[in-house]
Design a protein around this ligand. Structure first.
Ligand code: ZN
Length: 217
């Protein structure tokens, strides 16, 4: 990236509308969960750059309705999440809209890392490393959910390019310090985040870092 591109990408995010209901830093490798009300905006900021933020959401009060990667991709006819993407539930209802983001695309096909997938991909010595599925279980567990509720997720800020023949990779990030994504909730939601602890591939630049979450409106 050229210096001018870098300067453009790290410009401050736009001001959020409404009162700030929460402004919190999620430590590197940590889980997080919170209710986001219909009409509120959830902003996620990649504080230090190239940090994958694994994300799931459920309808508050009826967690059988939850984010559906398949329905979201099919409805928009595209596999990438961008500004304007409507994130759909497994019942086809809009859960949140991506109203703004400073990077060109986010991923929803790369999945979440787990102790099991780490062991398969990177060797048995990685079995004890903390992973996103364990974070999701902690976050979802605060709302009475468990392993069967951990469905295909979103990876904000993660770069999963897809070649013409369908090959996909997890490669060096396209994010940078201070870049953000804003989600406008279309229903009352439980949002669950794993600030990805992965250190065996470039999704976090081999160095997991904190992110910031703000809920406004
Ligand atoms: Zn992960």
């Amino acid at each position: 990236m050229t210096p001018s591109e870098s300067a453009a990408h790290t410009a401050a995010p736009p001001a959020l509308h409404g009162a700030i209901a929460l402004d919190q830093v999620i430590a590197a490798r940590a889980p997080w969960d919170h209710v986001v009300r219909r009409g509120q905006t959830l902003r996620i900021i990649d504080l230090e750059g190239n940090q994958a933020v694994d994300f799931l959401m459920y309808k508050l009060g009826d967690d059988a309705e939850r984010y559906s990667a398949q329905d979201t991709m099919a409805a928009q006819g595209n596999i990438f999440l961008r500004a304007g993407t409507v994130l759909l539930s497994n019942e086809g209802n809009p859960m949140a809209r991506v109203v703004g983001t400073a990077i060109p695309r986010h991923d929803t096909i790369g999945g979440a890392c787990s102790c099991e997938s780490n062991t398969l991909r990177y060797g048995f010595h990685t079995k004890s490393q903390h992973a996103c599925v364990e974070n999701f279980l902690i976050g979802a567990g605060h709302h009475g959910m468990g392993k069967r509720d951990i469905v295909s997720n979103i990876n904000w800020f993660m770069n999963v390019p897809v070649e013409a023949d369908g090959t996909l990779g997890i490669v060096d990030g396209i994010s940078a310090p201070g870049l953000y994504v804003d989600l406008h909730a279309q229903m009352d939601l439980v949002a669950v985040i794993s600030n990805c602890p992965q250190i065996n591939n470039p999704c976090n630049g081999f160095n997991p870092t904190p992110v910031r979450v703000v809920i406004a409106g």
